[in-house]
Ligand binder design. Structure first.
Ligand code: ADP
Ligand code: ASP
Ligand code: MG
Length: 412
């Protein structure tokens, strides 16, 4: 008897009919003789609605935010348990704290530290399907926490790791991981298999089909992860170790993120330790800084520093820098920001051994007059920051330029 974890995202549980459809997917695994834990998200749009309520207040308290936004998942676990019982399957719903889904105290983007698998396993011995809410946990202080947007993927992988499940199937509204977001590029191709490292880059660079942390965790805990559709009965995408991929391209995929904002500090004193002075207040406010460029003036005395932060953290970042200036910890001339930017990235393990990938990217963008504001690279990706309005076009053009719409050839 195998243990299977299934996860259904917001669109898959958007209404009662769809929840009944999910129950059929669960029934299929139960009928095959498996023990099943199902992780569900809130109904589509519900978490946004709850976030909207919190944003109406002038105070921000992350733990109260978590108390509110975690409730969407409480509704769907209960409804799915009812849908399962309706078709004769023994099932019960749980909440995060009842399963000891312990997290750290970083409210609104907490990390899972452990799960009490015993409780779920006991349910299995009673013949019950466990219906588990994604996204939520509990801190050591006994407060409800949430894992950041898209966090139900991570809940599912953590449950699979704790149960040593044979598989973790992530059901969503697309039937797998594509070369890029199929909503932007209809010609995008489904990847039968994708390497953990490439998937990690794609997710962290904006491909929201899997939350980044879920890929990280699957890689670390060796969870067999699969992405597939809850609406179509087609084979999905399997995450595998890089060496299992026989057919590969120089570029595997293209990702984009519109949750970006650019911050520029003008005329910062160019002294040793200045970067630390800029980035410490941001780190203290738990803001992730991403792309960074520094231009030193000709006389070497002043420097301009540009970097990006998530758009959702822009206000907090500006406040932290302003406060550091007021305290005399940091001296700069001017503080500028722009939230009309997007990051477009080209990802592929194959680029390590092939020249010209960056050149193709830059010349493709130049041919359409798209200006590059910032560039960053790693061994397996190149990212550029451009105007937000150009980002969909950029993704389409790059997808065509790297011939991602064509069948892959074997690359040595
Ligand atoms: P769920 O609610 O099931 O968690 P999400 O909306 O979080 O679903 O993720 C699925 C969406 O991810 C798809 O609808 C698609 O638009 C988007 N997406 C972005 N990049 C990719 C990609 N490379 N492959 C597949 N889907 C992608
Ligand atoms: N409901 C949460 C969100 O919308 C978690 C998830 O769907 O994965 O972000
Ligand atoms: Mg998601």
């Amino acid at each position: 008897m195998a243990i299977i974890v299934q996860k259904f995202g917001g669109t898959s549980v958007a209404d009662v009919e769809r929840i009944r459809n999910v129950a059929q997917h669960v029934k299929r695994e139960v009928d095959a003789g498996n023990q099943v834990a199902v992780v569900v998200s809130a109904m589509a749009g519900e978490t946004n609605r709850l976030v909207g309520f919190c944003n109406e207040f002038t105070v921000r308290d992350e733990s109260e935010y978590d108390t509110v936004v975690s409730t969407g998942e409480q509704v769907t676990v209960g409804l799915l348990a009812l849908a399962l019982q309706e078709i004769g399957i023994k099932a019960r719903s749980w909440l995060g704290w009842q399963l000891g889904i312990r997290t750290d105290s970083t409210h609104s983007k907490a990390r899972i530290e452990g799960i009490n698998a015993e409780v779920i396993l006991e349910g299995f011995t009673r013949g019950e399907v466990a219906v588990i809410p994604g996204f939520q946990g509990v801190t050591d202080e006994g407060r409800i926490s949430t894992l950041g947007r898209g966090g139900s993927d991570t809940s599912a992988v953590a449950v699979a790791a704790a149960l040593k499940a044979e598989r973790c199937d992530i059901y969503t509204d697309v039937d797998g991981v594509y070369t890029t977001d199929p909503r932007i590029v209809p010609e995008a191709r489904k990847l039968q298999k994708v390497g953990y490292e490439e998937m990690l880059e794609m997710a962290s660079l904006g491909a929201k089909v899997l939350q980044t942390r879920s890929v990280e965790l699957a890689m670390k805990e060796n969870v067999r992860l699969q992405v597939l559709s809850s609406f179509q009965d087609t084979p999905g995408t399997l995450l595998v170790n890089e060496e299992e991929i026989m057919e590969r391209r120089k570029v595997t995929g293209i990702a984009y993120s519109k949750n970006e904002a650019k911050v520029t500090l003008i005329n910062v004193e160019n002294t040793p330790g200045v970067a630390a002075k800029i980035f410490s207040p941001l780190a203290d406010s738990e803001i992730n800084v991403d792309m960074i460029v520094q231009n030193v003036s000709e006389d070497g005395l002043k420097t301009n520093v540009t970097f990006t932060v998530p758009k959702t953290d822009l206000q907090k970042a500006l406040e932290a820098l302003d406060a550091a200036q007021k305290k005399g910890e940091l001296v700069y001339g001017k503080l500028l920001s722009d939230s009309n930017v997007a990051k477009v990235s080209v990802i592929g393990i194959g680029m390590q051994s092939h020249a010209g990938i960056a050149q193709t990217m830059f010349s493709t963008l130049a041919s359409k007059g798209i200006n590059i504001l910032v560039i960053t690279t790693s061994e397996i990706k190149i990212s550029v920051l451009i105007d937000e309005e150009s980002s969909d076009d950029a993704v389409r053009m790059l997808h065509a330029a790297y011939e991602l719409d064509k069948k892959p050839k074997r690359v040595e």
